[in-house]
Ligand binder design. Structure first.
Ligand code: SF4
Length: 77
């Protein structure tokens, strides 16, 4: 059962890339625009993607390395 939610603001991603290096399970770089895609994420409003996850360990690293602060993790239970 999911315990955390990744919330990713793709609109403000600056295509820096380290999120995909530290957390390739959840982030991949889109070759078309160089921005990150949230793997398996659902677009909940334009450019905002969300994904429920069970452990925040790897995603937390993505939060820390993102220079644009566009990745958030919320505890949901
Ligand atoms: S680290 Fe942040 S700014 Fe860089 S690609 Fe990933 S989400 Fe976008």
């Amino acid at each position: 059962m999911a315990k955390y939610k990744i919330i990713y603001d793709r609109n403000n991603c600056v295509a820096a890339g380290p999120c995909a290096a530290v957390d390739p399970e959840h982030f991949s770089i889109n070759p078309d625009d160089g921005k990150a895609d949230l793997v398996g994420g659902k677009e909940t409003s334009p450019g905002i993607f969300e994904l429920d996850i069970e452990s925040d360990e790897a995603a937390q690293q993505a939060v820390e390395v993102c220079p644009a602060a566009v990745i958030q993790i919320k505890k949901i239970e």
